[in-house]
Design a protein. Sequence first.
Length: 465
Amino acid sequence: MRSKGQRGKVGRVEESNDQDGKEQELNSSYKKTSHRKRTVVAAFIPFIVLAVMIWFLFSPSIQSFINSGVPLPQLAIEKIEFRENPGQIIAFIRNAGPTDITIAQADVNDRIHAAAIEPSKTLARLSDAKVLIPFPWNSAEPYEVGITTDDGTRFSKTIEAAALAPTADTGQIVFFAVIGIYVGIIPVMIGLLWYPFIRSMSRNKYNFFLSLTAGLLVFLGIDALIESNEIAIENISPIFNSQMLIVIVTTISFIALLYASEKLTQRAIKKSISSSAEATYSSYSDTKTNSPHTSSQVNQQQSQDLIKPLAISLMIAIGIGLHNFGEGLAIGAAVLLGEIALSTFLIIGFTLHNTTEGLAIVAPLAKSRKLMLRRLVLLGIIAGAPTIAGAWIGGFLYSPVATIIFLSIGAGAIFQVVYSIGSWVLRPVDSNDNYKNKKIVSVNIFTIAGFALGMLIMYATGLLV
């Protein structure tokens, strides 16, 4: 046994060790806190240096050197509308320059006319205004509208054929709806009639039509980007850098829809497998040649072959719907701006051009074992109906920025669908359809010919529009 003195000595040693441990913990905590503070300070150093540089650039001596030249005014005429009772031309303008500008006068076909400017004739940077010019215009005639600033700089925009700006009344709403139905819904529904024909095809012929679908969609995607770029150049001020906006929106749309497509497919496959897992297990548990694990793999592969085509067709319908929404915006805007003559020939051209979109929807579904008619019709409505909404918005609330954004979203969606089709064409399969000894389908003459023919078909039908 230890004496009282020994026990006291041991107690003091343990207490001393505890104190040393606490001091070490405190020191370690202090060091961590100090390190975090230094890290936070280091994170703000670049901002401090940047603020000093900006302050230096705005100093009087530097500003006097930078602003030694004379900044030129920049004015964007974004839209021109024609009104009647009384005859009037309205120009929607925006100050796209670095300094404030003042509107001095307006002219039509190089003749100066009195004009009212709302809300003010002086425009700050990026601000907009309306120039109202009383003018007895004639329908279908060309007009050039000019706006001159107080320093004598003139900006102009030409309208090839004047047309009355649509108003949101019953007649115009019905008019745009009819155009949307003829251009969007009917052509897509006609294309869906290809389903029985494609369903009876062999593997190579089926891949041919899948590749043809990819060619159709690639053409649509490129066409959307080209149309967006034209709108950006003609109607949007360069200060907004619209081309980069097109690239950004297209990329984000592609990535977001790719993620959504994968999640949609995985969720549908898991739901299908979970609902039939018990039946599958009991079916194979009594056999000696197959195990429950093998049967689960077979069931998963079969479920994927049932659900993946439907998911691809749904994404195709969504992508085409977004594209057709942008197409509707362009049609409505063209009517608003008097840049289109909606003749019977033009409507026929749109119908032929968009019929191939229905083919793109049904091609992945051709090998599905079950397909309800109402589901097929629903896919057609998803793809075609947005044309009507786009025509309404484009005709009554035209915005060039909104138009290029929706066209870019549609382009990204279409390229995502092309990616999904490509992965489906090259998916692992077996010639005996038993999911063993899988082979990868390689690119052959059928896929190459289908893709090339799809591009050529869209180009040929596009000539009719």
